[in-house]
Design a protein around this ligand. Structure first.
Ligand code: SF4
Length: 82
């Protein structure tokens, strides 16, 4: 015997919620973990006045950056400085 299962309001909300969650998860890695290229951030190996990687909140000593890919110099700078 085959029974027809009519969707209830609750089941429809659960399905829609799961679909929205799956979409958010699928989109998360590319947006949450993407770093800018040095070219896109206009990185250079020299400070901009008093601003440099060494005093930027994104800098991860000795040569890492949380928002720009690749090694950076403590004396470098880019337009994402902050
Ligand atoms: S100035 Fe730019 S490259 Fe340097 S640490 Fe900050 S965000 Fe990264």
């Amino acid at each position: 015997m085959v029974e027809f299962c009519a969707p209830t309001r609750r089941s429809l909300l659960l399905i829609l919620g799961a679909a929205a969650g799956a979409g958010a998860c699928l989109g998360a890695p590319s947006s949450a973990h993407a770093k800018s290229s040095k070219a896109a951030a206009a990185y250079r190996g020299a400070p901009n006045g008093r601003q440099s990687c060494a005093n930027c909140s994104w800098f991860n000593p000795p040569s890492g950056c949380s928002v720009v890919s690749g090694p950076v110099s403590a004396r470098g700078w880019c337009n994402l400085w902050g």
